[in-house]
Design a protein around this ligand. Structure first.
Ligand code: ATP
Ligand code: MG
Length: 419
Protein backbone atom coordinates (compact mmCIF):
# COMPACT_ATOMS: atom_id res chain seq x y z
CA UNK A 1 0.00 0.00 0.00
CA UNK A 2 1.16 3.47 -0.83
CA UNK A 3 0.13 6.28 1.45
CA UNK A 4 0.78 9.50 -0.31
CA UNK A 5 0.53 13.06 0.86
CA UNK A 6 1.90 14.27 -2.47
CA UNK A 7 -1.20 14.84 -4.46
CA UNK A 8 -3.02 17.82 -5.80
CA UNK A 9 -6.37 17.33 -4.07
CA UNK A 10 -7.81 20.65 -3.17
CA UNK A 11 -9.99 20.11 -0.08
CA UNK A 12 -11.99 23.17 -1.03
CA UNK A 13 -13.39 21.19 -3.95
CA UNK A 14 -14.84 18.60 -1.57
CA UNK A 15 -18.43 19.12 -0.56
CA UNK A 16 -18.70 20.61 2.95
CA UNK A 17 -21.31 17.97 3.77
CA UNK A 18 -19.00 15.12 2.79
CA UNK A 19 -16.32 16.64 5.04
CA UNK A 20 -18.83 16.80 7.91
CA UNK A 21 -19.64 13.11 7.49
CA UNK A 22 -15.96 12.15 7.34
CA UNK A 23 -15.34 14.20 10.46
CA UNK A 24 -18.20 12.72 12.44
CA UNK A 25 -17.11 9.17 11.60
CA UNK A 26 -13.45 9.71 12.50
CA UNK A 27 -14.37 11.57 15.69
CA UNK A 28 -16.49 8.56 16.67
CA UNK A 29 -13.37 6.41 16.27
CA UNK A 30 -14.06 4.80 12.89
CA UNK A 31 -11.94 4.79 9.76
CA UNK A 32 -13.58 6.88 7.05
CA UNK A 33 -12.48 7.87 3.56
CA UNK A 34 -13.72 9.58 0.48
CA UNK A 35 -13.62 6.92 -2.22
CA UNK A 36 -14.27 6.08 -5.85
CA UNK A 37 -15.12 8.50 -8.63
CA UNK A 38 -14.92 11.49 -6.30
CA UNK A 39 -11.25 10.96 -5.41
CA UNK A 40 -10.40 10.08 -9.01
CA UNK A 41 -12.00 13.23 -10.36
CA UNK A 42 -10.40 15.45 -7.70
CA UNK A 43 -6.96 14.06 -8.57
CA UNK A 44 -7.65 14.81 -12.22
CA UNK A 45 -8.72 18.35 -11.44
CA UNK A 46 -12.35 17.63 -12.38
CA UNK A 47 -15.40 18.51 -10.30
CA UNK A 48 -16.91 15.31 -8.90
CA UNK A 49 -20.63 14.70 -9.43
CA UNK A 50 -21.04 13.16 -6.02
CA UNK A 51 -19.03 12.12 -3.01
CA UNK A 52 -19.08 8.57 -1.69
CA UNK A 53 -17.65 7.57 1.65
CA UNK A 54 -16.35 4.20 2.80
CA UNK A 55 -16.01 3.44 6.48
CA UNK A 56 -15.23 0.74 9.04
CA UNK A 57 -18.51 1.57 10.82
CA UNK A 58 -21.41 -0.81 10.22
CA UNK A 59 -24.75 0.65 9.02
CA UNK A 60 -26.12 0.32 12.54
CA UNK A 61 -23.11 2.23 13.87
CA UNK A 62 -23.41 4.93 11.21
CA UNK A 63 -27.08 5.71 11.75
CA UNK A 64 -26.99 7.19 15.27
CA UNK A 65 -24.18 9.59 14.31
CA UNK A 66 -26.42 11.63 11.99
CA UNK A 67 -29.80 13.22 12.31
CA UNK A 68 -30.77 12.76 8.65
CA UNK A 69 -29.58 9.26 7.98
CA UNK A 70 -31.53 6.54 6.16
CA UNK A 71 -30.41 2.96 5.75
CA UNK A 72 -31.24 1.69 2.29
CA UNK A 73 -30.81 -1.46 0.23
CA UNK A 74 -31.60 -5.04 1.08
CA UNK A 75 -28.70 -6.93 -0.42
CA UNK A 76 -26.10 -4.65 1.05
CA UNK A 77 -27.18 -1.93 3.38
CA UNK A 78 -25.92 1.56 2.72
CA UNK A 79 -26.41 4.73 4.70
CA UNK A 80 -27.65 7.87 2.99
CA UNK A 81 -26.92 11.03 4.93
CA UNK A 82 -29.25 13.67 3.56
CA UNK A 83 -28.43 17.38 3.52
CA UNK A 84 -31.24 19.09 1.65
CA UNK A 85 -30.71 18.14 -1.98
CA UNK A 86 -27.31 16.57 -1.42
CA UNK A 87 -27.07 12.93 -0.40
CA UNK A 88 -23.78 11.56 0.88
CA UNK A 89 -23.62 7.81 0.43
CA UNK A 90 -21.80 5.99 3.21
CA UNK A 91 -20.92 2.31 2.76
CA UNK A 92 -19.26 -0.07 5.15
CA UNK A 93 -15.98 -1.57 3.86
CA UNK A 94 -16.88 -4.75 2.12
CA UNK A 95 -15.04 -7.73 0.79
CA UNK A 96 -16.33 -9.86 -2.05
CA UNK A 97 -15.89 -13.39 -0.88
CA UNK A 98 -14.23 -15.90 -3.14
CA UNK A 99 -13.47 -13.24 -5.70
CA UNK A 100 -12.31 -15.11 -8.77
CA UNK A 101 -11.85 -18.32 -6.84
CA UNK A 102 -15.03 -20.11 -7.66
CA UNK A 103 -17.19 -17.93 -5.52
CA UNK A 104 -17.39 -20.03 -2.35
CA UNK A 105 -18.75 -18.03 0.46
CA UNK A 106 -16.83 -17.44 3.63
CA UNK A 107 -19.06 -18.58 6.42
CA UNK A 108 -17.74 -16.13 8.97
CA UNK A 109 -21.15 -15.00 10.12
CA UNK A 110 -20.86 -11.55 8.63
CA UNK A 111 -22.19 -12.47 5.24
CA UNK A 112 -24.98 -10.30 3.93
CA UNK A 113 -26.09 -12.50 1.04
CA UNK A 114 -23.04 -12.36 -1.23
CA UNK A 115 -21.29 -9.59 0.65
CA UNK A 116 -19.18 -9.54 3.77
CA UNK A 117 -17.83 -6.62 5.70
CA UNK A 118 -14.11 -6.26 5.29
CA UNK A 119 -11.08 -4.06 5.68
CA UNK A 120 -10.29 -0.99 3.65
CA UNK A 121 -7.85 -3.02 1.56
CA UNK A 122 -10.45 -5.69 0.81
CA UNK A 123 -12.86 -2.91 -0.06
CA UNK A 124 -10.33 -1.57 -2.58
CA UNK A 125 -9.76 -4.96 -4.21
CA UNK A 126 -13.43 -5.61 -5.02
CA UNK A 127 -13.73 -2.35 -7.00
CA UNK A 128 -13.46 -2.36 -10.77
CA UNK A 129 -10.73 -0.08 -12.13
CA UNK A 130 -7.64 0.88 -10.18
CA UNK A 131 -8.39 4.58 -10.55
CA UNK A 132 -11.77 4.01 -8.88
CA UNK A 133 -10.16 2.46 -5.81
CA UNK A 134 -8.40 5.41 -4.20
CA UNK A 135 -9.19 6.50 -0.65
CA UNK A 136 -8.79 10.00 0.69
CA UNK A 137 -8.57 10.59 4.44
CA UNK A 138 -9.47 14.13 5.29
CA UNK A 139 -7.94 14.28 8.77
CA UNK A 140 -4.38 13.85 7.45
CA UNK A 141 -5.04 14.66 3.77
CA UNK A 142 -3.46 11.34 2.70
CA UNK A 143 -4.42 9.25 -0.31
CA UNK A 144 -4.35 5.46 0.15
CA UNK A 145 -3.48 3.42 -2.91
CA UNK A 146 -3.56 -0.40 -2.70
CA UNK A 147 -3.60 -1.14 -6.41
CA UNK A 148 -1.15 1.11 -8.25
CA UNK A 149 -3.89 3.60 -9.05
CA UNK A 150 -1.70 6.70 -8.73
CA UNK A 151 0.61 5.38 -11.44
CA UNK A 152 -2.34 4.57 -13.67
CA UNK A 153 -3.66 8.09 -13.19
CA UNK A 154 -0.25 9.42 -14.18
CA UNK A 155 -0.08 7.26 -17.33
CA UNK A 156 -3.80 7.77 -17.99
CA UNK A 157 -4.59 4.07 -18.09
CA UNK A 158 -7.78 2.19 -17.26
CA UNK A 159 -6.69 -1.05 -15.63
CA UNK A 160 -8.93 -3.60 -13.95
CA UNK A 161 -7.90 -4.68 -10.47
CA UNK A 162 -6.86 -8.35 -10.50
CA UNK A 163 -7.20 -10.75 -13.40
CA UNK A 164 -9.06 -8.98 -16.24
CA UNK A 165 -10.65 -12.23 -17.51
CA UNK A 166 -12.04 -12.99 -14.10
CA UNK A 167 -13.21 -9.45 -13.42
CA UNK A 168 -15.00 -9.10 -16.76
CA UNK A 169 -16.70 -12.49 -16.45
CA UNK A 170 -17.74 -11.64 -12.90
CA UNK A 171 -19.53 -8.52 -14.13
CA UNK A 172 -19.60 -7.90 -17.90
CA UNK A 173 -21.04 -4.42 -17.34
CA UNK A 174 -17.44 -3.47 -16.59
CA UNK A 175 -16.93 -3.49 -20.38
CA UNK A 176 -19.43 -0.66 -20.69
CA UNK A 177 -17.84 1.10 -17.74
CA UNK A 178 -14.46 0.86 -19.47
CA UNK A 179 -15.96 2.54 -22.53
CA UNK A 180 -17.59 5.21 -20.39
CA UNK A 181 -14.54 6.09 -18.30
CA UNK A 182 -12.27 6.01 -21.29
CA UNK A 183 -14.65 8.46 -23.03
CA UNK A 184 -15.08 10.70 -20.02
CA UNK A 185 -11.45 10.84 -18.96
CA UNK A 186 -9.68 10.28 -22.27
CA UNK A 187 -7.78 7.34 -20.71
CA UNK A 188 -6.49 4.33 -22.66
CA UNK A 189 -7.84 0.92 -21.78
CA UNK A 190 -4.98 -1.41 -20.79
CA UNK A 191 -4.21 -4.09 -23.39
CA UNK A 192 -5.09 -7.03 -21.16
CA UNK A 193 -8.42 -5.40 -20.33
CA UNK A 194 -9.16 -4.90 -24.02
CA UNK A 195 -8.41 -8.56 -24.65
CA UNK A 196 -10.72 -9.67 -21.86
CA UNK A 197 -13.41 -7.35 -23.19
CA UNK A 198 -13.13 -8.77 -26.68
CA UNK A 199 -13.35 -12.28 -25.36
CA UNK A 200 -16.17 -11.91 -22.83
CA UNK A 201 -18.30 -8.91 -23.86
CA UNK A 202 -20.87 -11.34 -25.29
CA UNK A 203 -21.84 -12.03 -21.67
CA UNK A 204 -23.58 -8.65 -21.75
CA UNK A 205 -26.43 -10.53 -23.40
CA UNK A 206 -27.29 -12.02 -20.02
CA UNK A 207 -27.46 -8.70 -18.20
CA UNK A 208 -31.00 -7.60 -17.34
CA UNK A 209 -32.23 -4.88 -19.77
CA UNK A 210 -33.13 -2.63 -16.84
CA UNK A 211 -29.51 -2.56 -15.67
CA UNK A 212 -28.36 -1.82 -19.21
CA UNK A 213 -30.84 1.05 -19.38
CA UNK A 214 -29.11 2.56 -16.34
CA UNK A 215 -25.77 2.24 -18.12
CA UNK A 216 -27.22 3.83 -21.26
CA UNK A 217 -28.22 6.85 -19.19
CA UNK A 218 -24.73 7.13 -17.72
CA UNK A 219 -23.12 6.76 -21.13
CA UNK A 220 -25.26 9.32 -22.93
CA UNK A 221 -26.50 11.75 -20.32
CA UNK A 222 -23.25 12.64 -18.57
CA UNK A 223 -22.08 15.24 -21.07
CA UNK A 224 -19.84 12.92 -23.12
CA UNK A 225 -22.34 11.24 -25.38
CA UNK A 226 -20.29 11.65 -28.57
CA UNK A 227 -17.11 10.19 -27.09
CA UNK A 228 -19.03 7.41 -25.33
CA UNK A 229 -20.67 6.41 -28.59
CA UNK A 230 -17.27 6.40 -30.34
CA UNK A 231 -15.87 4.14 -27.63
CA UNK A 232 -18.83 1.76 -27.82
CA UNK A 233 -18.15 1.42 -31.53
CA UNK A 234 -14.41 1.09 -31.06
CA UNK A 235 -14.89 -1.75 -28.57
CA UNK A 236 -17.76 -3.25 -30.59
CA UNK A 237 -20.16 -2.93 -27.67
CA UNK A 238 -22.98 -1.05 -29.36
CA UNK A 239 -24.48 -4.35 -30.54
CA UNK A 240 -25.43 -5.18 -26.92
CA UNK A 241 -27.28 -1.91 -26.39
CA UNK A 242 -28.76 -0.85 -29.74
CA UNK A 243 -28.34 -3.77 -32.16
CA UNK A 244 -30.31 -2.14 -34.95
CA UNK A 245 -28.24 1.03 -34.86
CA UNK A 246 -25.06 -1.05 -34.69
CA UNK A 247 -26.09 -3.02 -37.74
CA UNK A 248 -26.77 0.11 -39.78
CA UNK A 249 -23.47 1.68 -38.85
CA UNK A 250 -21.62 -1.50 -39.74
CA UNK A 251 -23.27 -1.36 -43.14
CA UNK A 252 -21.96 2.20 -43.56
CA UNK A 253 -25.25 4.00 -43.46
CA UNK A 254 -23.72 7.48 -43.66
CA UNK A 255 -27.02 9.29 -43.32
CA UNK A 256 -27.92 7.45 -40.14
CA UNK A 257 -24.42 8.05 -38.79
CA UNK A 258 -24.76 11.80 -39.34
CA UNK A 259 -28.23 11.73 -37.78
CA UNK A 260 -27.03 9.94 -34.64
CA UNK A 261 -23.96 12.08 -34.14
CA UNK A 262 -25.98 15.26 -34.55
CA UNK A 263 -28.36 13.99 -31.85
CA UNK A 264 -25.50 13.06 -29.52
CA UNK A 265 -23.85 16.43 -30.04
CA UNK A 266 -27.16 18.20 -29.29
CA UNK A 267 -27.42 16.16 -26.09
CA UNK A 268 -23.92 17.14 -25.01
CA UNK A 269 -24.62 20.80 -25.83
CA UNK A 270 -27.85 20.78 -23.85
CA UNK A 271 -26.14 19.28 -20.84
CA UNK A 272 -23.32 21.82 -21.07
CA UNK A 273 -25.97 24.56 -21.07
CA UNK A 274 -27.78 23.03 -18.09
CA UNK A 275 -30.87 22.15 -20.14
CA UNK A 276 -32.85 18.97 -19.45
CA UNK A 277 -32.49 15.87 -21.63
CA UNK A 278 -34.69 12.81 -21.95
CA UNK A 279 -33.96 9.23 -22.97
CA UNK A 280 -37.22 9.34 -24.99
CA UNK A 281 -35.39 11.45 -27.56
CA UNK A 282 -32.23 9.34 -27.60
CA UNK A 283 -34.18 6.11 -28.08
CA UNK A 284 -36.36 7.80 -30.71
CA UNK A 285 -33.17 8.55 -32.65
CA UNK A 286 -31.54 5.13 -32.28
CA UNK A 287 -34.64 3.24 -33.40
CA UNK A 288 -36.05 5.62 -35.99
CA UNK A 289 -34.66 4.13 -39.24
CA UNK A 290 -36.10 0.76 -38.33
CA UNK A 291 -39.48 2.27 -37.50
CA UNK A 292 -39.48 4.20 -40.76
CA UNK A 293 -38.49 1.14 -42.76
CA UNK A 294 -41.10 -1.15 -41.21
CA UNK A 295 -43.79 1.49 -41.48
CA UNK A 296 -43.13 1.61 -45.21
CA UNK A 297 -44.40 -1.96 -45.49
CA UNK A 298 -47.70 -1.09 -43.78
CA UNK A 299 -48.39 2.03 -45.82
CA UNK A 300 -50.45 0.21 -48.44
CA UNK A 301 -52.93 -0.89 -45.81
CA UNK A 302 -52.87 1.94 -43.29
CA UNK A 303 -52.62 5.70 -42.97
CA UNK A 304 -49.09 6.95 -42.15
CA UNK A 305 -49.55 7.58 -38.42
CA UNK A 306 -51.09 4.15 -37.84
CA UNK A 307 -48.35 2.55 -39.92
CA UNK A 308 -45.71 4.25 -37.75
CA UNK A 309 -47.36 3.16 -34.54
CA UNK A 310 -47.67 -0.42 -35.75
CA UNK A 311 -44.00 -0.43 -36.73
CA UNK A 312 -43.15 1.15 -33.38
CA UNK A 313 -44.77 -1.74 -31.53
CA UNK A 314 -42.53 -4.37 -33.03
CA UNK A 315 -39.35 -2.24 -32.97
CA UNK A 316 -39.86 -1.32 -29.32
CA UNK A 317 -40.65 -4.91 -28.33
CA UNK A 318 -37.43 -6.12 -29.97
CA UNK A 319 -35.38 -3.36 -28.34
CA UNK A 320 -36.69 -4.11 -24.84
CA UNK A 321 -34.88 -7.45 -24.94
CA UNK A 322 -31.62 -5.46 -24.94
CA UNK A 323 -32.12 -2.25 -23.00
CA UNK A 324 -35.43 -1.44 -21.41
CA UNK A 325 -37.13 1.93 -21.53
CA UNK A 326 -39.59 2.80 -18.78
CA UNK A 327 -43.10 3.66 -19.94
CA UNK A 328 -42.80 7.31 -18.94
CA UNK A 329 -40.22 7.58 -21.74
CA UNK A 330 -41.55 5.09 -24.29
CA UNK A 331 -44.93 6.86 -24.46
CA UNK A 332 -43.44 10.25 -25.44
CA UNK A 333 -41.01 8.45 -27.77
CA UNK A 334 -43.94 6.99 -29.75
CA UNK A 335 -45.56 10.40 -29.81
CA UNK A 336 -42.41 11.91 -31.30
CA UNK A 337 -42.52 9.31 -34.06
CA UNK A 338 -46.26 9.54 -34.65
CA UNK A 339 -45.98 13.29 -35.07
CA UNK A 340 -43.55 13.02 -37.97
CA UNK A 341 -46.08 12.31 -40.77
CA UNK A 342 -48.23 15.12 -39.41
CA UNK A 343 -45.33 17.53 -39.31
CA UNK A 344 -44.52 16.56 -42.87
CA UNK A 345 -48.05 17.28 -44.13
CA UNK A 346 -50.22 19.54 -42.01
CA UNK A 347 -51.14 23.02 -43.14
CA UNK A 348 -53.49 25.72 -41.92
CA UNK A 349 -55.78 24.98 -38.98
CA UNK A 350 -54.51 21.46 -38.41
CA UNK A 351 -50.98 22.77 -38.22
CA UNK A 352 -51.91 25.37 -35.62
CA UNK A 353 -53.71 22.72 -33.63
CA UNK A 354 -50.63 20.49 -33.71
CA UNK A 355 -48.49 23.44 -32.67
CA UNK A 356 -50.48 23.66 -29.45
CA UNK A 357 -50.28 19.99 -28.60
CA UNK A 358 -48.22 19.10 -25.56
CA UNK A 359 -45.54 17.14 -27.43
CA UNK A 360 -45.12 19.50 -30.32
CA UNK A 361 -41.70 20.73 -29.23
CA UNK A 362 -40.16 17.26 -29.07
CA UNK A 363 -41.68 16.25 -32.38
CA UNK A 364 -40.45 19.44 -33.98
CA UNK A 365 -36.92 19.01 -32.56
CA UNK A 366 -36.93 15.53 -34.07
CA UNK A 367 -38.03 16.87 -37.46
CA UNK A 368 -35.21 19.44 -37.30
CA UNK A 369 -32.76 16.66 -36.63
CA UNK A 370 -34.11 14.66 -39.56
CA UNK A 371 -33.86 17.69 -41.79
CA UNK A 372 -30.13 17.87 -41.03
CA UNK A 373 -29.60 14.69 -43.00
CA UNK A 374 -32.55 14.84 -45.39
CA UNK A 375 -32.66 17.96 -47.54
CA UNK A 376 -36.23 17.13 -48.64
CA UNK A 377 -37.37 17.98 -45.12
CA UNK A 378 -35.61 21.31 -44.85
CA UNK A 379 -38.39 23.35 -46.30
CA UNK A 380 -40.89 21.78 -43.92
CA UNK A 381 -38.62 22.33 -40.92
CA UNK A 382 -38.18 25.99 -41.85
CA UNK A 383 -41.92 26.36 -42.31
CA UNK A 384 -42.54 25.08 -38.78
CA UNK A 385 -39.86 27.33 -37.37
CA UNK A 386 -41.53 30.35 -38.95
CA UNK A 387 -45.04 29.23 -38.04
CA UNK A 388 -44.02 28.86 -34.42
CA UNK A 389 -42.50 32.31 -34.36
CA UNK A 390 -45.66 33.87 -35.70
CA UNK A 391 -47.92 31.81 -33.41
CA UNK A 392 -46.33 31.67 -29.99
CA UNK A 393 -48.02 29.29 -27.62
CA UNK A 394 -49.47 30.58 -24.36
CA UNK A 395 -47.06 30.15 -21.44
CA UNK A 396 -49.36 27.90 -19.45
CA UNK A 397 -49.23 25.38 -22.16
CA UNK A 398 -45.47 25.20 -22.13
CA UNK A 399 -45.50 23.47 -18.77
CA UNK A 400 -47.08 20.38 -20.23
CA UNK A 401 -44.34 20.02 -22.77
CA UNK A 402 -42.03 17.03 -22.43
CA UNK A 403 -38.62 17.41 -20.90
CA UNK A 404 -36.96 17.86 -24.28
CA UNK A 405 -38.32 21.36 -24.68
CA UNK A 406 -35.73 24.07 -24.94
CA UNK A 407 -38.33 26.37 -23.50
CA UNK A 408 -37.81 29.84 -24.78
CA UNK A 409 -39.81 29.98 -27.98
CA UNK A 410 -42.81 28.32 -26.37
CA UNK A 411 -42.78 30.54 -23.32
CA UNK A 412 -43.41 33.96 -24.68
CA UNK A 413 -45.85 36.04 -22.69
CA UNK A 414 -49.62 36.17 -23.09
CA UNK A 415 -49.30 39.50 -24.86
CA UNK A 416 -48.19 37.78 -28.04
CA UNK A 417 -50.51 34.85 -27.55
CA UNK A 418 -51.95 33.29 -30.67
CA UNK A 419 -55.50 34.34 -31.46
P1 ATP B 1 -19.06 8.59 -11.97
O1 ATP B 1 -18.25 9.79 -11.72
O2 ATP B 1 -19.40 8.42 -13.39
O3 ATP B 1 -20.21 8.41 -11.04
P2 ATP B 1 -17.90 6.52 -10.37
O4 ATP B 1 -16.52 5.98 -10.37
O5 ATP B 1 -18.35 7.26 -9.16
O6 ATP B 1 -18.06 7.39 -11.68
P3 ATP B 1 -20.14 4.81 -9.92
O7 ATP B 1 -20.88 3.97 -10.89
O8 ATP B 1 -20.84 5.94 -9.27
O9 ATP B 1 -18.83 5.32 -10.68
O10 ATP B 1 -19.57 3.82 -8.81
C1 ATP B 1 -18.91 4.27 -7.64
C2 ATP B 1 -17.74 3.35 -7.32
O11 ATP B 1 -18.20 2.03 -7.03
C3 ATP B 1 -16.74 3.19 -8.45
O12 ATP B 1 -15.77 4.22 -8.44
C4 ATP B 1 -16.16 1.82 -8.16
O13 ATP B 1 -15.15 1.91 -7.18
C5 ATP B 1 -17.32 1.05 -7.57
N1 ATP B 1 -18.07 0.31 -8.61
C6 ATP B 1 -19.16 0.72 -9.29
N2 ATP B 1 -19.59 -0.20 -10.16
C7 ATP B 1 -18.77 -1.25 -10.04
C8 ATP B 1 -18.69 -2.53 -10.68
N3 ATP B 1 -19.56 -2.89 -11.62
N4 ATP B 1 -17.70 -3.36 -10.28
C9 ATP B 1 -16.84 -3.00 -9.31
N5 ATP B 1 -16.83 -1.82 -8.72
C10 ATP B 1 -17.80 -0.93 -9.04
MG1 MG C 1 -20.33 8.07 -8.78
Amino acid sequence: MVQSAEHNINPEKISANALKVLDALTTAGFEAYLVGGGVRDLLLGLSPKDFDIATSASPEEIKPLFRNCRLIGRRFRLAHVVFGREVIEVATFRADHGQGEGGESRADGRIVRDNVFGTVEEDALRRDFTINALYYANHDAAVLDFVGALEDIKSRTLRLIGEPDVRVKEDPVRCLRAARFSAKLGFDVATDVRQAMTEHAHLLRDIPPARLFEEVLKLFHSGHAVQSFDKLREFDLLQYLFPVADDRLKRDDARFEAFVYQALQNTDDRIAEGKPVTPAFLYAVMLWPQVEKLAQDYLDEEPPVTAILRAADSVVTAQMAYTSLPKRFSVPMREIWAMQPRLERYQGKRALHLLRSARFRAGYDFLLLRSHVDSNLRERADWWTKTQESHPVEPDHGRRFPRTRSGKSSRSGTKSRAS
